[in-house]
Ligand binder design. Structure first.
Ligand code: NI
Length: 173
């Protein structure tokens, strides 16, 4: 079921989400199905449970190809619950981000270039991956939602933040 996505300004997007304690339950499967329906409907590359008003540490992400990020390399469709992030090195990279909770806007955001992430899928199976670049960026963006952080809070230069359709030329320059 497609669920409404909360937009920036809604206080629920600013809360700390709670750990999932039970896996492979009907409620958890229903939540994840709704998240995938909603992400597909909105054309996003990731979604965090708090964005549909559920304060649990659940994120999904992944795509074969994305209209929002046409240059990006594919990321396998992933369910990541109770994520743990460990950054590798200090290298950061600026990249353009948008968010379904901040519709119509884009901003240039610094993120760690490389990281290791771990967590569980909806069945309680352990996931561990080492990733970089856009995959690492998406994971950091989605996991930020679990701590009440939206990407505009990380934008450093507000000249590099604005409406997507106005930014296109700058982005391609
Ligand atoms: Ni987002």
């Amino acid at each position: 079921m497609i669920r409404p996505v909360l937009r920036m300004g809604n206080p629920r997007l600013l809360s700390q989400a709670m750990e999932v304690t039970e896996f492979d339950t009907p409620d958890l499967h229903a939540l994840i199905a709704d998240m995938f329906d909603t992400m597909a409907h909105e054309g996003g590359v990731g979604l965090a449970a708090p964005q549909i008003g559920i304060g649990l540490r659940v994120v999904i992400f992944g795509f074969e190809s994305s209209e929002r990020y046409p240059e990006a390399e594919a990321i396998p469709l992933t369910v990541l619950i109770n994520p743990e992030l460990q950054f590798i090195g200090d290298a950061t990279e600026e990249g353009w981000e948008g968010c379904l909770s901040v519709p119509g806007l884009r901003g240039l955001v610094p993120r760690y270039q490389k990281l290791r992430y771990a967590g569980y899928d909806q069945f309680g199976m352990r996931i561990e991956r080492e990733v970089e670049d856009f995959h690492a960026r998406v994971v950091q963006h989605e996991c930020d939602h679990l701590d009440g952080v939206l990407y505009p809070m990380r934008v450093r230069d507000f000249r590099q933040f604005g409406f997507s359709d106005e930014i296109v030329l700058t982005q391609e320059a």
